[in-house]
Design a protein around this ligand. Structure first.
Ligand code: FPP
Length: 247
C-alpha cells in the first residue's frame, strides 16, 4: 500500500478497488463431469457461486459486476441444457429479488434479451423495474450476449444517425462509440476474471476490455468463492496499470 491507500475490508485498499469487475463463468460442465453428474447439476452449482459472488462484490464495494451468463453461441447447445439454464436464470431472478432490494443492487441485462423465452423476459423486466432505483451496485447479466453482435448493433445505430444527417462522421470518437454500446454509461471493466483455465475471451465485451487487467484461474466456476475473489482483487491492486504509457 502507498501513502494514498486506505486499508479497507479484508486488507484491500479501499481507494484502489476495481470499479467494474467482469467475469466469464466457465467450468460448470467440467465440475459436473468430474463428479459423474449431469452437466445441468454443474449449472445448478454455478448458480450458487453467482449468489456468493454477487454478495461478496456488494460487500467489498464494487460498483459494477458483469457476469457472462449466456452467450449468443450458447444457443447451439442441446435444447435440454438451454431450457435448464433458462429455468435456473428465472429461479435466480425470483429468489434473489428481495436480497437485491435489501442490498440496494440494481439489475440490468445486456445482450439480445428479446431472444430469451417470454417467461424469463417477463421476470427479467419485472426485476429490472423493481430494482431500477437502487444505487449500491449494478449487477449486469450478459444474456444472449455476443461482443461482435454488440459492435454490429452499435455500427447500425451510428450509421443510421449519419444517414439521417443527425451526426457528422468526424464527430465519432471513442466516447461516442462507447455511448452506443449495451454498456453505455458504465465504466469499462478494470478487472476481467475467467474461471476454469481457458485462455480465451470468447466474444465477451470486446471493445470494453481493451485495458482491463485479466486474471485467469484454474478453479471451476462452481468452486469459485469469496476468498479467491479477494485474492484476485489484491493481485489487481498490486499490478501497475499503464494504459499504454510508461511506468
Ligand atoms: C459455462 O460453463 C457456463 C455457462 C455457459 C453458463 C453460466 C451459467 C451459470 C453460472 C448458472 C446460471 C446463471 C445465473 C445468472 C443464475 P460450461 O457449461 O461451458 O462448462 P464447461 O466448459 O466445463 O463445459
Amino acid at each position: 500500500m502507498n501513502s494514498r491507500s486506505l486499508p479497507g475490508l479484508y486488507g484491500l485498499d479501499s481507494l484502489n478497488l476495481p470499479k467494474h469487475i467482469a467475469i466469464i463463468m466457465d467450468g460448470n460442465g467440467r465440475w459436473a463431469e468430474k463428479r459423474l453428474m449431469n452437466r445441468i447439476k454443474g449449472h445448478e452449482a454455478g448458480s450458487g457461486a453467482v449468489r456468493t459472488i454477487v454478495r461478496a462484490c456488494r460487500e467489498i464495494g464494487i460498483s459494477v459486476l458483469t457476469l457472462y451468463a449466456f452467450s449468443t453461441e450458447n444457443w447451439q447447445r442441446p435444447k435440454i441444457e438451454i431450457s435448464a439454464l433458462m429455468v435456473l436464470l428465472n429461479k435466480f431472478l425470483e429468489s434473489e429479488k428481495n436480497e437485491m432490494m435489501e442490498n440496494d443492487i440494481r439489475l440490468n441485462a445486456i445482450g439480445q434479451v428479446d431472444k430469451l423465452p417470454e417467461n424469463v423476459r417477463k421476470t427479467l423486466n419485472r426485476t429490472m423495474d423493481l430494482t431500477g432505483k437502487n444505487k449500491g451496485m449494478l449487477l449486469n447479466l450478459a444474456l444472449s450476449y455476443g461482443g461482435r453482435t454488440e459492435i454490429v448493433d452499435m455500427v447500425k445505430i451510428i450509421s443510421q444517425k449519419v444517414k439521417d444527417s443527425k451526426i457528422d462522421p468526424d464527430l465519432i470518437t471513442d466516447e461516442f462509440v462507447a455511448d452506443h454500446l449495451y454498456t453505455a454509461g458504465m465504466p469499462y471493466p478494470d478487472l476481467l476474471i475467467r474461471t476454469s483455465g481457458e485462455m480465451r475471451i470468447s466474444n465477451f465485451l470486446l471493445w470494453q476490455i481493451a485495458y482491463s487487467e485479466i486474471f485467469i484461474t484454474d478453479t471451476l466456476w462452481p468452486d469459485f468463492g469469496k476468498e479467491e475473489l479477494i485474492k484476485i482483487i489484491y493481485d489487481f491492486q498490486n499490478r501497475e496499470r499503464r494504459f499504454g504509457n510508461v511506468g
